[in-house]
Design a protein around this ligand. Sequence first.
Ligand SMILES: NC(=O)c1ccc[n+]([C@@H]2O[C@H](COP(=O)([O-])OP(=O)(O)OC[C@H]3O[C@@H](n4cnc5c(N)ncnc54)[C@H](OP(=O)(O)O)[C@@H]3O)[C@@H](O)[C@H]2O)c1
Length: 254
Amino acid sequence: MTDLLRGTVALVTGASSGIGEATAAALAAEGAAVAVVARRRDRLDALTERIRGSGGTAELIEADVTDRVAAEGAVADAVRTFGRLDVVVNNAGVMLLGPALDAPLEEWERMVQLNLTGLLYVSHAAMAHLLAAADQDPRRVADMVNISSVAGRVARSGSAVYNATKWGVNAFSEALRQEVAGRHVRVGLIEPGAVATELSSHNRPEIRETIQQRFAGVERLQSEDIAKAIIFMVTQPRHAAINEILIRPTQQEG
Ligand SMILES: NC(=O)c1ccc[n+]([C@@H]2O[C@H](COP(=O)([O-])OP(=O)(O)OC[C@H]3O[C@@H](n4cnc5c(N)ncnc54)[C@H](OP(=O)(O)O)[C@@H]3O)[C@@H](O)[C@H]2O)c1
């Protein structure tokens, strides 16, 4: 454990698997007290046990962030438990691909509700706390890190609504960044390419097959690769803001 985030509090959404889980562990290893948010309580339980077993501090918050009251409650719980909020990682997301023509509308609704609306609920609830932390020691700066995607920069056939949600995350993040930059809240974007997580498992079988074929022969990123990028972003000195990190597997072309 290092001490770069000692005395700070972080909240990570979607911490029960993949990028969020690795990020929560990495933030705790830097000394942050971490509130881990998702719906699967058993997975969060295992994560908090692991963090505590390594000498870190973690609290689980079972919440569906697409529910406005639950999202606001998750932020409030974190602040009630740890007294402040210095870092928010808006990571919870779902990717349901396939042709837009005749796509199940329910899939589009799930993506918009989680990737956009859920992120907005958490951001809205967290912002006052981040502004307060940015006025306080030990860092006098605070961070919101929003997990977008290569899909937030490159639109592809078969990815229309996922693209739309991640494009939305990018636009929201940049506009918000400009609003709060002068008050020492940094809003950063992480844009991963293919990472080996559960993300594609929620797709219909024929779509899973297409995704598998697209990345056949590509060695995917690991969640820890993304966690490292996030730690790099949030451990910069107060005067430096890494606004955006695009990170692909070496072999990923598009
Ligand atoms: N993997 C990739 O290739 C890749 C590439 C680019 C960007 N990303 C982005 O990275 C982020 C994390 O994805 P991942 O790859 O780590 O996938 P993942 O393993 O499927 O993780 C998704 C996380 O979101 C949580 N979640 C889902 N619905 C939720 C809800 N309603 N409320 C709260 N939490 C919810 C899940 O937990 P519960 O089910 O327990 O709630 C899970 O912890 C997403 O935003 C994704 O778009 C991933």
